[in-house]
Design a protein around this ligand. Structure first.
Ligand code: PLP
Length: 377
């Protein structure tokens, strides 16, 4: 069986985890491994602040607190995304305003955003699907015109860029995920990227239970106390140790994923020429990271038949999001602005193929061969 995903494991992680336990004697949060990961993230994305969190979801929830989201505020995002992109803001009482996606990148259609803005709109959350960047220049220009905050959901975007700027580093805030399904992992984990010096101190407090313990540990105050709203968003050093080993090898891992992605692309191109399927589109100014590879079939029925065919031939594939405006949560906490021209239709045709660091060339060839066989029947 070729699985759909295998979590990245390089072999060096275990040494670092052991060092956290037996050398540093620190397995709680914010030790040397967490610091090394944060430094790597700041350097890699060229931003003033980065905080490891216990999930990508936690990083999104931190942005809602940082933005002071209150009941009645509106947050604009695509409906073609993971639940927590929306839930993080609904949790603070916001109304989620969904906007349609572009059919090429499946990212939010930047030309539809402005019409969805009202006097209650507080922020926009562009999602970089598959590590392929949204049209950030247009999005940032809208944000400036309407004085809105931009939070990039770059959960899938580590090591990817837009016009040579790291995804997650362009808006006011950015979120990464290090879940085991992502390119780099700590099991469960994520990071908050901060592009604004003025938000760093408050983020420190929010992440550490609403306390100024950070000032206490640094010797700036002689006791720490509750100073604002917060929660416990910091991960254990064990998880950070696992992640650091992978971040140190990020160039090599990224290149391997890009090779596999390109290999799929080249081998499946004939099926595009024959009119059977469509392949992902990467705009020229975007450098992606091979996070996922999808094909688009002609219809939902054809996609489901293909999933079944591949499963019979020992290959696991996956569709992706149920558009959020079609879910009970999305109906309770959000509304779709304008027409759903592409969100539902594109998601019904989408099929993700196995793509992970340890996927071998023969395995990839087998996936391609079975897709070709399906269409040649
Ligand atoms: C993975 C993901 C998240 C959530 O990350 P977790 O670490 O699983 O909480 C949020 N948004 C998108 C687009 C994701 O892909």
């Amino acid at each position: 069986m070729i699985p759909f995903n295998m979590p990245l494991y390089l072999g060096t992680e275990i040494k670092y985890i052991k060092a956290a336990i037996t050398k540093n004697h620190q397995i709680g949060g914010d030790g040397p491994f967490t610091k090394a990961c944060s430094d790597w993230l700041c350097q890699n994305a060229q931003i003033p602040g980065a905080f490891l969190t216990n999930s990508g979801t936690a990083a999104l929830e931190m942005t809602a607190l940082l933005a002071g989201i209150k009941p009645g505020d509106e947050v604009i995002m695509p409906a073609f995304t993971f639940v927590t992109t929306a839930n993080a803001f609904a949790l603070r009482g916001a109304t989620i305003v969904f906007v349609d996606i572009r059919p090429d990148t499946l990212n939010i259609d930047e030309t539809l955003i402005e019409a969805a803005i009202t006097s209650r709109t507080k922020m926009m959350v562009p999602v970089h699907y598959g590590g392929i960047g949204c049209e950030m220049d247009a999005i940032m220009a809208i944000a400036r015109r309407h004085d809105l905050l931009v939070v990039e959901d770059a959960a899938q975007g580590v090591m990817a860029s837009y016009k040579n700027k790291a995804l997650g580093s362009i808006g006011d805030l950015g979120c990464y995920s290090f879940h085991e399904t992502k390119n780099y992992t700590m099991g469960e984990g994520g990071a908050l990227l901060i592009n604004r010096e003025d938000l760093i101190e408050q983020a420190t407090i929010i992440r550490d239970k609403g306390t100024n313990r950070h000032d206490f540990l640094a010797g700036r105050v002689d006791k720490y106390s509750w100073v604002d709203l917060g929660s416990s968003y910091l991960p254990s050093e064990l998880n950070a140790a696992h992640l650091l080993a992978q971040l140190e090898a990020a160039e090599m891992v990224n290149q391997q994923r890009l090779n596999l992605w390109q290999h799929y692309y080249e081998r499946l191109k004939p099926l595009v020429a024959a009119g059977y399927i469509e392949l992902p589109v990467v705009p020229n100014h975007c450098q992606h990271n091979g996070h996922l590879f999808y094909i688009k079939t002609a219809s939902q029925q054809e996609r489901n038949d293909l999933i079944h065919w591949l499963k019979q031939h020992q290959i696991c594939t996956a569709f992706h999001y149920t558009p959020l405006h079609e879910t009970p949560g999305g109906q309770k906490f959000g509304r779709f602005h304008g027409a759903d021209r592409f969100t539902s239709n594109e998601s019904l045709r989408l099929l993700r193929l196995p793509l992970y660091f340890s996927l071998s060339e023969p395995e990839l060839e087998q996936v391609v061969a079975e897709i070709v066989a399906f269409y040649k029947r």
